[in-house]
Design a protein around this ligand. Sequence first.
Ligand SMILES: Cc1ncc(COP(=O)(O)O)c(C=O)c1O
Length: 367
Amino acid sequence: MTVNPHIEALPAYNAGLHVSRFEADYGQPPLAKLDSNETLFGTSPLAIEAGQSAVLRASLYPDGSATDLSSALAAHCDVDVDTIVFGNGSEELIYALYGAVLAPGDHVLTVVPGFGLHTLAAKCLQIPVRTVSYKGDWQLPISELTEKLTQKPKILAISSPSNPMGVALSIDELQDLISKIPPETLLLLDEAYFEYNPIATLAALKISGLNWVSLRTFSKAYGLAGARLGYGLCSNSEIRDGIRSITPPFNANSIAQAMAHSALSDKTHLENTIRQTSSARESLSDALREMKFEPAPSKSNAVFFETSENSRAVAEALRDVGILVKPWMEEGFERFLRVSVGRPQENDAFLSAIRKLGLKPGSFSTR
Ligand SMILES: Cc1ncc(COP(=O)(O)O)c(C=O)c1O
């Protein structure tokens, strides 16, 4: 036995299926890949061009400080350059932050349903995770959180807009939450879907007096999930340096840096993606409501709703007709599907497939 027993016992991450795996199994591409919250509105052509040029220098190590991208992001987000940290996707930064901050005796507080890595990264370190569950109104369970915050978790991890529901904190709700957080607790505000709901969260964080990290990524609205580039905006440079001590020196590869820098400058592409995604999300949610499902009020590029059947069985049946969606596995939410918002053609293919399956709505909203 060489692997630590607590590592062996970790549940596998519930990842989506890569297109190539689907093609290998079914001999054709899927009709609709809606299982990983990628965008189906493509990558900025400027970013693709920048990536193609960067490939020509692939024999060189990247700029370990990502100087050009750091300056562009510092200006874009109006933060000090020495408070930004990069990751091979923002998921790497979750692990690095946990590694930098958590010690035996600490615990993490998070919400259910929530992004799996907020929990998994703590379990890797044998740090206990306490949770608070959403109810059918999909409002942040603030009184339960307030109560658990009195136990002084070392990290409160929460995503907004959230994965899987897409529900977003308003600035008032964020400020209310901040007012309940003790000084010993670091707020990890995971904003992977920030661009879909760009509100002044940073302004609220900056005046909070707390230790905080806002995690953002080029994987979602910017359409660079395969390039792997996420970043953290930290309340101060000490936290940034702590995270940086854990991440490997060249974790932000040169092709991703070049693509991200160009994607950031291509405002037209981003605006188009956001506009089309929001419109497709509302149409998809309306169509689900007409079928009596009750999708959570999403501000991201996903919809989350319950059917009367086990989600894994539903996702398997959908996969057999070329539709990939994410079956939710968390306890209490095993009948929920998370469906990424596609273009109208993918959303229609999904809707017609669930009509054919004759799925009925679940009953979570009444609980
Ligand atoms: C809430 C949340 N955080 C972080 C990530 C990780 O994104 P990436 O590592 O691609 O930046 C995801 C991806 O699905 C997410 O939903």
